[in-house]
Design a binder for this molecule. Structure first.
Ligand SMILES: Cc1cc2nc3c(=O)[nH]c(=O)nc-3n(C[C@H](O)[C@H](O)[C@H](O)COP(=O)(O)O)c2cc1C
Length: 160
């Protein structure tokens, strides 16, 4: 199973739209996926455990994190979700995508997330994906198609 973690929990977020584009690209590659967000789990404090999250990790072969950039990093609730498990992540393949309304495409969020993923044992794909000016990508069909083509090229190598 492929699990896409859409890491924004804001009610009006753009990250979920990007996660849906990833899901559409995967469908085109004949791969089913599910989207989860940190808000789907009962994690009231750091180090809490939700058995639903543990079950999803166990059932997942490939992870995709689509994360917004908040104050030059990734959301705290994504950190709480990652911190809810430890050994279960070891050797699971993961690819990371940053999302931003600005021109750096979430690069600073991605770069701050990678050491955390390394610490908990993920097998991190060496190509990161960046999503600058996310509103243009979501609202301009030509930009959407260009973005999906770029994502498809990378995911084709990731899902083999
Ligand atoms: C709390 C907060 C902090 C943010 N900090 C940054 C930032 O440091 N760099 C950036 O490029 N965009 C930043 N943004 C804007 C996001 O890039 C923008 O909201 C984008 O749509 C992705 O987040 P979303 O999926 O929650 O909408 C921030 C947004 C919020 C809500």
């Amino acid at each position: 199973m492929i699990t896409i973690i859409s890491a924004s929990t804001r009610p009006t977020d753009s990250t979920h739209g990007v996660a849906l584009l990833f899901q559409a690209v995967l469908k085109g590659l004949n791969k089913d996926s599910r989207i989860v967000t940190p808000a789907d789990f009962d994690l009231p404090y750091d180090g809490a455990k939700d058995p639903n999250w543990t079950d999803i990790i166990t059932a997942t072969d490939l992870f995709i994190i689509v994360t917004p950039e908040y104050n030059h990093s990734f959301p705290g609730r994504l950190k709480t979700l990652i911190d809810a498990e430890y050994d279960a992540y070891v050797n699971k393949k993961i690819i990371v995508c940053g999302v931003s309304s600005g021109s750096f495409g979430g690069a600073r969020a991605v770069l701050s997330l990678l050491p955390v993923l390394h610490k908990v044992g993920f097998d991190i794909f060496p190509i990161d994906i960046f999503t600058p000016n996310v509103k243009d990508i979501l609202e301009n069909p030509a930009e959407t198609e260009k973005y999906k083509a770029r994502v498809s090229e990378i995911l084709t190598k990731f899902v083999v």
